[in-house]
Design a protein around this ligand. Structure first.
Ligand code: PLP
Length: 426
């Protein structure tokens, strides 16, 4: 059992100066109860707190750390870049190399813009789609997360296919009025939305594999049907691959499921653990951005040289061998957890795509939508989370978040995790 006294003291201190004691809400552990781990350092597959407790990390900074923490080549690239100056506000050759590299990984991205967060990238991609199509409507999927821009913090309106309502205080009704919210894995809901708003929809945006309701894969042919509907109505398909990009495959979910978006939103893995994200796609669409066109988007730290160096160093290690290893590791974990659920007679399902996974406590055979995810036993997840943490396993502190495996997770971490789960699942 780890000693959590230091974390309790840090939480008290943090709460006096930072809302909830955290700089992003899910870190506060409110969804599972308990005290967050205040991280002192991280290396490989492990997080360490101030007291020296070690945790096998399945959060990986919410996705970016696919090589494990403090990979020596990434750290060296960051140090070398920092020594040459940390920000210029002027173009560099490295940014070109970065855009060329992203274009090689994602053939659909003919042109791209770098920015500093997934929120910024998704918000900008929507603006570009609206500027290109000269339409205002955006269809989004219930339970998908695209960052915290006003017009994405929207829940379904009163009737199917109507425009949405604010899902956060502080979001004006007007900002929600051009967003239509439909359920995941439901093609007919998208068709109904288009019928209700002919020639009004600029784009559909979705996570091709949803990570932000826990790991929920698309039904067979779902993405291909969404693509076809967009084409039929002259709307753009925006894949938000901030989480799935270079995670479920080197070229993201668009490679894995063979679907070609008009625009892609990237962040997390392709940012190398630094504040770096990107959006891009068709050359004609991206050509509406200033200074070429009339859509404004900018950033003081966009394409930051230290962040780009970390990203390029990370991308160099995204080999076929890495994906084979982490996918196999995660498949073994999935199988191990599933057998434990079965042995103990605990209702649950472990969903996985590549090296992202979620254990859902549910009677259902599968979680396919936000409605299914909401039906899960979150109290049981909270107890499971606390028991795993006490055994040195750090899972995402919410039933509705995907967990991630890195190249630094080896056989001993698999043993430790399954041993912990054997006593934590009850
Ligand atoms: C994390 C995430 C974002 C937001 O990225 P930030 O860098 O946290 O702003 C957007 N979309 C998806 C799918 C994400 O997982």
């Amino acid at each position: 059992m780890s000693d959590r006294t230091a974390d309790r003291e840090l939480l008290d201190r943090a709460q006096r100066r930072i809302p909830g004691g955290v700089n992003s809400p899910v870190r506060a552990f409110r969804a599972v109860g308990g005290v967050p781990v205040f991280v002192d350092r991280a290396e490989g597959a492990y997080l360490y707190d101030r007291a020296g407790n070690a945790y096998v990390d399945f959060v990986g900074s919410w996705g970016p750390m696919i090589l494990g923490h403090a990979h020596p080549d990434v750290v060296a690239a960051i140090c070398a870049a920092a020594a040459r100056g940390t920000s210029y506000g002027a173009p560099t050759e490295q940014e070109i190399r970065y855009a060329e590299t992203i274009g090689e990984l994602y053939p659909s991205i003919e042109m791209m813009r770098a920015c500093s967060s997934g929120t910024e990238a998704a918000m900008s991609a929507a603006r570009v789609a609206r500027g290109f199509t000269k339409r205002d409507g955006i269809i989004k999927i219930e339970g998908c997360y695209h960052g915290h821009a006003d017009f994405f913090l929207v829940k379904a309106g009163s009737g199917l296919a109507t425009f949405g309502a604010p899902d956060s205080a502080g979001v004006p009704k007007g900002a929600a009025q051009d967003t239509i919210v439909v359920p995941f894995n439901d093609v007919s809901a998208i068709e109904a939305a288009f019928e209700a708003h002919p020639n009004g929809v600029a784009a559909i945006i979705l996570e091709p594999v949803v990570g932000n309701m826990g790991c929920v894969p698309p039904d067979p042919h779902y993405l291909e049907r969404v693509r076809a509907i967009c084409d039929r109505h002259g709307a753009l398909l925006i894949l938000d691959e901030v989480m799935t990009g270079s995670r479920v495959a080197r070229g993201g979910a668009q490679q894995l499921f063979n679907v070609k978006p008009d625009l892609t939103v990237l962040g997390k893995v392709i940012g190398g653990g630094m504040p770096l994200a990107a959006y891009g796609g068709r050359r004609d669409v991206m050509s509406v951005i200033a200074p070429l066109g009339a859509v404004y988007q900018a950033g003081t730290l966009s394409g930051n040289p230290v962040a780009v160096a970390a990203a390029l160093a990370t991308i160099k290690h995204l080999t076929d061998d890495l994906y084979r290893r982490i996918d196999k590791w995660t498949a073994d974990l999935q199988q191990g957890l599933s057998s434990i659920l079965h042995e103990k007679g605990v209702p649950g399902v472990v969903q996985r795509v590549g090296s992202m996974f979620t254990l859902f406590f549910t009677e259902a055979a599968a979680v396919r939508s936000w409605d299914d995810a909401k039906g899960c036993d979150t109290a049981r997840f909270g107890r499971f989370h606390a028991a795993m943490l006490a055994k040195g396993v750090y899972l995402p502190p919410s039933q509705f978040e995907a967990a991630f495996v890195s190249g630094a997770h080896g056989p001993s971490e698999l043993d430790q995790t399954l041993t912990a789960a054997r006593s934590a699942i009850e």
